[in-house]
Design a protein around this ligand. Structure first.
Ligand code: MSP
Length: 639
């Protein structure tokens, strides 16, 4: 029996238009689901919109239309954008769907009848953006950190769910399963939060304040809290409690979320499930945020990136590739059009696109528009084959671990290996030599066969482009989904149609970069240039190397400093102190690869010797380690 995989995205608030952040979550979920399908798993993919609550009621009021009219419009925008971004979901749920509402009421009634919901007066600080009450220690200078607004103060009677009763169970569940919340830093964050006593959860809103919600089945003066309604979409969409879809897929549910909604998914949700007698989810996978112009995307800041505009710039599939490749899964990443184009030209135009096009063109030219015969394979081919067998296993492993950027880095590396193989075997020279025809055939067959595997591996990420590439290899489009990852399966003699260029190089940025200042006549550095600028000679003095953290601990009596032992391939370990303890736990860094400035003058920080510096990005709020290519060995120089 095949394995089963059910993946969900958050259901997005129907209060504003889809942006690149929503697109990221949904596209990576789509990619994981397509990979699993390719591995032969039976899959189901759910997305949708979250349509109740104060935030939406307020947005509808501002637009001067009824909440239902308002959510109908926005929900439709989400529904329409997914096919445009090549997302293929199985179901789109809306929380205003009557079936969902009935099921939410059933769960509420069940927990109420069990005596786990009670009424009491409550006073607290409510953030409409988060749609939840915040604890005092979540505020910075009186503001919600995510939304930069002061929460509203409420004192009112409300119903509470006895969530505190589940604290010990939840801690034990997390501790017993290392992988349940992934990546680990988020698991640790949740455990840290659970060090403090867990409060009961306020699950209602009085109708005097909010009517746009699902009525409590046991008290018509209240509607239910929007998160209690929203989280239940995941089993409800499958027909909880007894429909066949639910029975088949629920035991295999994986939730994909952004880090902003970790608490609701890793704390509230498992407790709700436990109380409702619904098995808990298999895995919670948490990704970081796309940062635009240095801060989180928001309408008020005006830095929201429209996925459709980006798709028009490079095409949908390259945009999908960039999003999946350029965010180290779990960490934040910067979205700029420049980075998008660098990735496009580097990985897609110069590496993968070039490989596909030259392998097919040379074979067509020399072998009458057909795949040549394999002939005898030499050591070079055998080496390439074993790198591919290993590479494919690695990609599978990375995908199963939800380590998407690494899977894609591995595929790009495999493509570079084939390009290197072609450069070394130089088929254009073989074509001119006498008696080298068989060898030429073997080289081009090998290149095409490796292209076939790369196309198969990239199909979940760039489905449309890879269909075109697949056809260029002489296959019919439909067979791409039923492929095997074995060497040597490309049929000899298969007709090779004229390939169309997949990723033409893009030269210019749409936004004109600020023009450089006119150089002075004698070409010396103009005096108005900032003192920060370096000449090439000065910069070339900086030595950057790949390092691997072998051990790491907190520096005593310091909140900020971590002390790492780093392998730089020198036969000894470097002692390096870095100010990143507020962003990373020492134990999480062990085994990670970093980039080190390796020729800094040693210094002592808090009495600990530091012989280098670990490079990090800094978005003004937190540091994030810059990762080298995962295949680079300690000591590799960075130029
Ligand atoms: N409605 C709730 C979720 C309920 S799920 C039961 C909600 N909706 S939301 O519209 O605000 O979407 C939040 C999600 O959108 C994040 O968890 C993340 O998946 C995605 N993103 C929003 N902005 C993002 C970035 N800037 N970068 C990456 N993903 C982001 O919360």
């Amino acid at each position: 029996m095949s394995k089963i995989f059910y993946i969900t995205t958050p259901i997005f608030y129907a209060n504003s238009h889809p942006h690149i952040g929503h697109a990221y979550t949904t596209i990576v979920s789509d990619i994981f689901r397509r990979f699993r399908k390719l591995f032969g798993e039976d899959t189901y993919f759910l997305t949708g919109t979250d349509e109740h609550g104060q935030k939406i009621a307020e947005a509808a009021k501002n637009a001067d239309i009824s909440p239902l009219e308002f959510v109908d419009q926005i929900s439709q925008e989400f529904r329409e954008i997914w096919p445009e971004l090549h997302v293929e979901h199985d179901q789109f749920i809306r929380t205003t769907d009557p079936k969902h509402k009935d099921r939410v009421q059933k769960v509420l009634q069940k927990i109420y009848d069990q005596g786990e919901i009670y009424l009491r007066e409550y006073e607290g600080l409510y953030c409409v953006g988060c749609e939840r009450f915040l604890d005092e220690d979540e505020l910075v200078e009186g503001l919600c950190q995510d939304h930069q607004v002061a929460p509203q103060h409420y004192k009112e009677e409300n119903y509470f769910f006895k969530m505190s009763a589940y604290q010990d169970w939840l801690i034990q569940t997390i501790q017993e399963n290392d992988e349940w919340i992934y990546p680990k830093r988020y698991r640790n964050e949740v455990l840290q939060f659970l060090n403090e006593p867990l409060q009961d959860l306020c699950i209602s809103r009085p109708k005097s304040r909010l009517t746009w919600g699902i009525e409590l089945p046991f008290d018509s003066n209240f509607v239910t809290y929007v998160w209690f309604d929203a989280l239940l979409n995941y089993p409800n969409a499958l027909g909880w409690p007894d429909e066949p879809l639910y029975q088949k897929y629920w035991p295999h549910v994986h939730h994909m979320i952004g880090k902003d909604i970790l608490k609701t998914h890793a704390v509230y949700w498992p407790c709700m499930l436990k109380a409702a007698g619904i098995p808990i989810f298999q895995k919670l996978t948490v990704h970081g945020f796309w940062i635009s112009s240095g801060s989180k995307m928001s309408k008020t800041v005006g830095n929201v990136i429209d996925p459709l505009a980006m798709k028009d710039r490079v095409g949908v599939d390259p945009l999908r590739y960039f999003l999946a490749r350029d965010m180290s899964f779990g960490e934040d990443a910067n979205f700029t059009e420049e980075l998008l184009l660098v990735r496009y030209n580097g990985d897609l135009a110069n590496n993968i696109g070039n490989l596909i096009s030259r392998s097919i063109s040379m074979s067509r030219k020399n072998f009458n528009n057909q795949v040549p015969y394999k002939g005898n394979l030499e050591d070079l081919e055998k080496e390439l084959h074993s790198s591919f067998v290993e590479g494919i296993a690695q990609v599978n492993q990375f995908v199963l671990e939800f380590n998407l950027h690494r899977a894609l880095a591995q595929i790009a590396l495999m493509s570079s290996l084939v390009n290197k193989y072609i450069d070394e075997t130089a088929p254009w020279k073989l074509a001119k030599e006498e008696n080298a025809r068989e060898r030429l055939g073997s080289v081009l067959y090998t290149a095409l066969d490796m292209v076939r595997l790369i196309v198969q591996l990239l199909a979940p990420v760039m489905p449309e482009k890879m269909k075109i590439a697949w056809e260029s290899l002489g296959y019919s489009q439909e067979t791409l989904s039923a492929t095997k990852f074995e060497i040597g399966l490309l049929p000899e003699g298969q007709a090779l149609p004229q390939p169309s260029p997949l990723f033409p190089k893009i030269k210019e940025l749409t936004e004109t970069p600020t023009p450089p200042k006119e150089p002075s006549a004698n070409n010396s550095t103009p005096s108005e240039f900032s003192e920060n600028q370096l000449t090439i000679e000065e910069f070339s003095k900086v030595e950057l190397k790949v390092g691997k953290i072998v051990a790491c601990e907190n520096v005593k009596k310091s909140k900020k400093l971590l002390h790492s032992q780093v392998d730089l391939g020198e036969g000894r370990l470097r002692s390096i102190v870095s100010g990143i303890a507020e962003c990373y736990k020492a134990e999480d860094l062990v085994g990670r690869q970093v980039i080190v400035v390796s020729n800094l003058k040693p210094a002592k920080l808090r009495g600990v010797l530091s012989e280098g510096m670990i490079l990090c990005t800094d978005n003004g709020q937190e540091f994030s380690i810059v990762e080298p290519h995962h295949d680079a060995l300690p000591g590799t120089t960075i130029r």
